[in-house]
Design a protein around this ligand. Structure first.
Ligand SMILES: [Zn+2]
Length: 364
């Protein structure tokens, strides 16, 4: 936070006054109008970092200082108390269910919406004011036309981006969830196609990646199925996972980061590890010959970490891993279930995004 240009900008206000006129001259026409502040145009998708990069730090501070507060604020901040759930609190502020789910996914792994949110928790959203958005859209069309044309090799791409942005311009620009003990922030970022993403202030997506397979297996020896004849008990029962055959001793890897909730012996499963992953996901690894050293309930694991080794403990006819993926406590087919994805930003996008954070974080 201490590296945020926004805060630095405040500190430089006095020093920057002398260079103010210089900073203005270094910029092009659209910033002349007092009611179209630099702030209001900063979240245009293809905003030029070129300007910032070629501008000395003191002049950057002058830009921040010279952003004359418009007659109508460009942004509004709204707060809602959490009484039942995050999505309910969000809906009070006009956030639709799909957006609430997107925000929840972006926070997966940092906050457990069932455990950490309770009455008294609070959500804050920064929205763009509509009137300002209209003015901003016009200014953006003029002011960023050149930049858009450069970043998108054809003007058609720039048009598509702004159309998409207009269609869902009510998306919150920044979000803070305060649980009383801690708070978590998310910031909207649009890629050049105008597609919306939410990231933490560090620009890292919180949604962890999730590997499809926990080991190098030779074949699927038994597939996921709601009904199958159990080869050991000879009774029809659901097979809640997939059996991946592999030689005894083959390392088994955690498929996503998480917390070990159980590592021990269970009837049928033999030596089994259960891991609570991010969001609603949990994973189970059964019939292991042994556990990795220091693996016990409560341990944190990374994606790819070796947690145990293939065996045939419990009800198993030969060495294989019985692997389960549960989503919201419902077993899903591990080979086909939709897994959380991480989408990274390029270095240039990260630079854009850092400007967004510097702008909106102080409003939260
Ligand atoms: Zn099995």
């Amino acid at each position: 936070m201490s590296t945020s240009p926004g805060f630095a900008g405040k500190a430089f206000i006095v020093a920057a006054i002398g260079t103010l006129s210089t900073a203005w001259l270094m910029h092009e026409a659209p910033t002349q109008s007092a009611d179209v502040s630099l702030h209001a145009s900063d979240d245009i998708p293809a905003h030029a970092t070129r300007d910032r990069a070629s501008t000395p730090p003191a002049a950057q501070a002058a830009q921040a200082a010279s952003a004359v507060p418009p007659a109508a604020p460009a942004y509004r901040v709204e707060t809602a108390q959490v009484t039942h759930s995050f999505s309910e609190a969000a809906s009070k502020l006009g956030i639709d269910a799909a957006t609430a789910a997107q925000l929840a996914r972006a926070l997966a792994g940092r906050i457990d919406f069932r455990r950490d949110l309770h009455p008294g928790s609070e959500v804050r959203f920064v929205f763009r004011n509509d009137a300002q958005a209209d003015a901003n859209a016009q200014a953006g069309t003029q002011g960023n036309a050149q930049t858009n044309a450069q970043l998108n090799t054809q003007t058609g791409a720039a048009t598509a981006a702004s159309t998409t942005a207009t269609a869902d311009e009510d998306l919150p620009l920044a979000v803070r969830i305060s649980t009383g003990k801690t708070s978590h922030d998310l910031f909207l970022y649009r890629n050049l196609d105008g597609k919306a993403f939410y990231y933490g202030a560090d620009g890292q997506s919180n949604a962890p990646s999730f590997a499809r397979y926990p080991l190098d297996y030779t074949r699927v020896s038994s597939s996921f199925s709601p009904h199958r004849l159990d080869p050991v008990t000879h009774r029809w029962a659901a097979h809640d996972g997939v059996d991946l055959a592999a030689p005894a001793g083959t390392p088994v890897h955690a498929t996503a980061r998480g917390t070990v909730t159980f590592a021990g012996w269970e009837t049928g499963y033999g030596r089994v590890i259960k891991i609570k992953n991010s969001g609603d996901y949990s994973t189970t690894f059964a019939h292991l010959s042994r556990f990795a050293k220091s693996l016990r309930a409560g341990a944190q694991v990374r994606e790819g970490q070796v947690i145990g080794y293939v065996g045939s403990t419990g009800w198993a006819t030969g060495p294989h891993l019985h692997y389960e993926v549960h989503v919201d406590h419902v077993p899903k087919n591990p080979l086909t279930v939709a897994l959380p994805k991480r989408s990274g930003m390029s270095a240039e996008e990260k630079e854009h995004f850092a400007e967004q954070v510097a702008q909106f974080e102080p409003l939260l």
